[in-house]
Design a protein around this ligand. Structure first.
Ligand code: ADP
Length: 489
């Protein structure tokens, strides 16, 4: 089996969110199953060619974007795990400071940039003579690849045995552009129909992926159901038309990296067998925040993009509503300036119980996961979510809204049965975040109950070993179907 992963981000080369984690980690696990898996991403300016000693391959390739002929080069790198990564180098489209834009504003030619990328990927596999069984595309930036395979390239013998899979990491970002994307992309107007390219008189790259890939997956079973039913951002009907081909496969966490027993960023190491170091981590965090060093204060943490999705409105409400309790709040995040302003106001009003840090800070993130008692994640929607998984493995029970991947990974703690690993409330049913914090605080005050809950948190593992087998099954089904299709051609 050979697989080509196509994405706009991949750890450790370039990352803006969870997509990069998946594209960086999944190939490593597929490789361990003996699968020939390769990755292809753009060569952004931020990717340091010298650091990775990228090799330039001897091809001079071109593709058409509208009337322009764009030339590009291929660079390559092999990871320690033996995964070959290709980089598409285009001075015009990717040699810029940002991935998708600059200072929070998208580049005006993102349509051309990712049309170029999709075409360049398909041209590259031919040059490389690498005929993938599956081209696995991720998110809107790659949504046109399944479209090319089903339209412009449908009679191209090179791709006769190639199927496509398409993974949705966040349906909120769809890549929707005016109808002239048909011409710029080199498609035929005959394919500008609802079953293929057309979406409300536009070309929506994500919709192309959903409609035209041979299989569609998303990053948790509950999100797979929600986006078909009510959370699909206008894509519900399209998704329902593919309901028999949609998989929900939970992301795993990299437990080699996220491990409180070995973490060098935290004040003391600990694990389930000896969690005493966690108390020192709490002291360190309280110091960093300027809070009273008080083991009985209930310390709530959050590390997140500052985005409306993440429920900061109710986090800020809780800061005001619970000001008479022995509760401390710490938030680390960057993003939306309005959310930043609300958090700053709360912090200025309650400097002894509210702390907020506004940068991307990996080391502080680890300290918050380890030093907090409870992790707050009241997301309005959450395709999968890694933060709650990280918190769990640091013995920090999460408090989450019952949505997407949060619903799949966090269960309400019930002391009678000693089951559950956190606290769950349901925004849709009008359940209240602040009240749920108070319920969690009551458990926190009972040392035995909290210990039992923490043990369940430590035991909650979401490994890639399991998820990778589900991807393998999906690929195998596509390969089997393709064999039947080719045989009956
Ligand atoms: P999303 O992909 O929607 O941003 P996830 O929970 O899936 O949310 O993943 C977020 C990842 O980014 C986590 O590893 C989290 O620790 C990290 N992260 C988010 N914001 C920051 C920040 N300001 N500093 C350090 N790490 C951050």
């Amino acid at each position: 089996m050979n697989i080509l992963m196509v994405a706009s981000e991949c750890e450790p080369f370039i990352k803006s969110g969870g997509l990069a984690d998946v594209v960086g980690t999944l190939p490593r696990y597929l490789k361990r199953l003996g699968i020939d898996v390769r990755v292809i991403i753009p060569k952004y300016q931020a990717i340091d060619g010298r650091k990775y000693n990228l090799e330039t391959l001897p091809y001079k390739l071109t593709v058409k974007v509208g009337a322009d002929t764009e030339s590009f080069r291929l660079k390559t790198y092999t990871t320690d795990d033996g995964v070959i990564v290709y980089f598409i180098e285009s001075m015009r489209y990717f040699n810029r400071p940002g991935i998708y834009g600059i200072n929070g504003v998208d580049y005006p030619d993102n349509m051309q940039r990712f049309i170029f990328f999709c075409k360049a990927v398909l041209e590259s596999v031919k040059a490389l003579m690498f005929r993938p069984d599956i081209i696995h595309c991720h998110d809107w930036q790659t949504g046109l690849i399944p479209a090319y395979l089903k339209t412009v390239l449908k009679d191209d013998g090179f791709f006769w045995s190639t199927s496509s899979a398409y993974t949705i990491h966040n349906i909120a970002y769809q890549g929707q552009y005016p109808a002239n994307a048909v011409e710029v992309g080199g498609f035929s107007w005959a394919d500008f129909v609802p079953e293929k390219l057309e979406f409300y008189n536009h070309v929506n790259f994500m919709k192309c992926g959903i409609c035209l890939a041979d299989a569609v997956s998303t990053v948790s079973p509950t999100y797979a159901k929600e986006i078909r039913e009510f959370n699909g951002r206008g894509m519900e009907i399209v998704l329902n038309s593919r309901r028999d081909h949609i998989y929900g496969i939970l992301n795993g966490l990299d437990y080699d990296y996220w491990n409180p027993a070995k973490d060098k960023n935290i004040a003391a190491n600990y694990d389930k067998a000896d969690p005493s170091g966690k108390k020192l981590c709490k002291v360190e965090l309280q110091k960093i925040c300027g809070f009273d060093i008080d083991p009985d204060a209930f310390l709530l943490g959050c590390v997140s993009r500052l985005d409306g999705q993440k429920g900061f409105d109710i986090i800020v409400d809780a800061m005001y509503l619970l000001d008479d309790k022995n509760i401390q709040f710490v938030v680390l995040g960057s993003g939306d300036p309005t959310i930043k302003r609300y958090l700053t106001e709360a912090k200025n009003k309650y400097p002894k119980t509210v702390a907020a840090f506004f940068d991307y800070n990996e080391s502080l993130a680890h300290k918050i996961y380890a030093g907090s008692d409870l992790y707050m994640m009241p997301s309005k929607f959450e395709p999968c979510g890694l933060s709650q998984m990280i918190a769990l493995t640091y013995g920090t029970p999460p408090l989450v809204n019952n949505t997407g991947g949060l619903a799949d990974t966090v269960k309400y703690y019930v002391d009678e049965t000693k089951t559950g690993n956190g606290f769950v409330f349901n925004i849709t049913y009008g359940e209240n975040f602040t009240q749920t914090i108070l319920k969690a605080e009551a458990v926190f005050k009972n040392k035995k109950q909290w210990e039992s809950l923490m043990n369940n948190a430590f035991d909650s593992k979401f490994s890639w070993e399991k998820s990778v087998l589900e991807y393998e099954d999906m690929y195998q089904e596509l390969i089997d179907n393709k064999k039947i299709e080719v045989a009956t051609r």
